[in-house]
Every structure is written in C-alpha cells, then in structure tokens.
Design a protein around this ligand. Structure first.
Ligand SMILES: [Zn+2]
Length: 238
C-alpha cells in the first residue's frame, strides 16, 4: 500500500472524520450565521463535464443556489462550465489550483496555488474571488486569518459533510443531509472527485448518487422552511 493510500485510509476512518469535524468547529474558519432560515449547499472538486451541468439543472428545478469550490486544473479544462455555473446565479470559490493538501504545501507554494487560482477565476469571471475551501478541509500550516489578510479570500469550512464522496445511493446522501440541516448549515457535497483516479475505494467517482439526491434535499429544505443560498448571501450583513 502506498503512503497516499495509507493516509487516505487513515483520514477517512469514521473516528478520524468525526474528530476532524469536532475539531474544525473550533477553528477560525467561517461558519454560517444562525439568524436566518437559510443554508448553503457547497459542491467541491469540479467542474466536471458530465456531472456539473446535470447538477446545475437539478438545482434549477429545486430553485436552489449553491457555491462551487472549483479546482484550477479542472477550470483550465472546462472554463465554460464555470461561466455557466455563475450565469445561473451560483457562486464560485476556489479549492486551490491542484487540490494539494495544504499541509503538504510550504507557505510559498500555498501562496502560488492560491494566487494562480485567484487570477484564473478573476480573469474568467470578471469579479473578485471571495471564498476558499482548503482541499480536504485542512488548513495545514496556513492561518486562515493571514490568508484572508493577504489574499482577500475567506476560508470557509462546512458545518456538515454529506459524506457523498463515499455514497452509492441517493438516500445515503439525502439522509446524511437531513441530519445536518439547520439554519446556517453549510453542507459539503461533491460535483466531482478530483483525486478519484489517485485513490481507490471507498471513494466513488460516479456522482450519480449526489445528483439523484438533489430533489430529496430540496424536499427536506421545503419541509424545514429553509432556503438554499450562496455563501455571500448566507454571510451578508444587511
Ligand atoms: Zn476536494
């Protein structure tokens, strides 16, 4: 077993994931405000030519807006999907240029990764980049406050992971989302799995479970009288 595989296996153990989720709640990473009946659905690792357009259609039918944390290398390959995502009223954040774990990047390489992504997205979209999600949700050696001061980009974690990177059925995803739905929730989902070629089981590169879960998630939002909005809307101060 390679070191990569070993690390992935260790860091996806339920006990470890649980620990990370508990620990991350105490990190100085933005989380949703609680005062409004709104949540943010966030999709990491795209754009993907097969899954992202289908997810955009499903979100439109659900009348939901989301935030997509895109990987720079995938943006180079499919800029038109990012433009279409924005055109449909969703927000674009960065998931760094090559989806490297921040813990394996020294500060200079981290700055390069973020600067490159930022220039790429700002040139493409013609608006300032506001949001960053660290690959794997791990800031590593980076201090999110310093990153915000230097780059003007806020790091945002999730309050709840749907664990859809390992889900095979829509109900696996929607039942997880049900457990995490509350005002201010930031839900982690995936419209692609950038490292799917590099890691084996338990990851599922096929995103059909996530796609098929969107109508059920929309129904849950209706039941809870929650609206799915972009991160900028969720964190608006007015
Ligand atoms: Zn990712």
């Amino acid at each position: 077993m390679s070191l990569d595989h070993w690390l992935v296996r260790q860091t996806t153990r339920p006990s470890f994931v649980h620990w990370v989720e508990r620990f991350s709640r105490r990190m100085p990473v933005r989380q949703g405000p609680l005062q409004r009946a709104e949540v943010s659905l966030t999709f990491d690792d795209g754009p993907h030519p097969r899954w992202t357009p289908a997810i955009l259609d499903a979100l439109e039918r659900a009348d939901a807006k989301a935030t997509f944390f895109v990987v720079g290398q995938a943006v180079d390959a499919h800029p038109e999907i990012v433009l279409e995502t924005r055109r449909r009223g969703h927000e674009i954040g960065t998931h760094l240029y090559s989806h490297e774990r921040a813990v394996s990047l020294d500060p200079r390489r981290f700055d390069d990764e973020l600067s490159k992504s930022r220039q790429q997205l700002e040139a493409l979209l013609g608006e300032p980049l506001r949001w960053l999600r660290f690959p794997y949700g791990e800031p590593g050696l980076q201090d999110p406050r310093t990153v915000e001061r230097i780059h003007g980009v806020r790091a945002v974690h999730w309050t709840y992971s749907s664990h859809d990177s390992r889900a095979r059925h829509a109900t696996d995803v929607s039942e997880r989302v049900r457990a995490g739905l509350r005002a201010g929730a930031i839900i982690l989902l995936h419209d692609a799995l950038f490292d799917a070629d590099r890691v084996s089981a338990p990851y599922v590169a096929d995103r059909s479970a996530t796609l098929a879960a969107i109508p059920a998630i929309a129904e849950l939002l209706n039941q809870h009288k929650l609206r799915a909005v972009t991160l900028s809307e969720l964190f608006r101060t007015a």
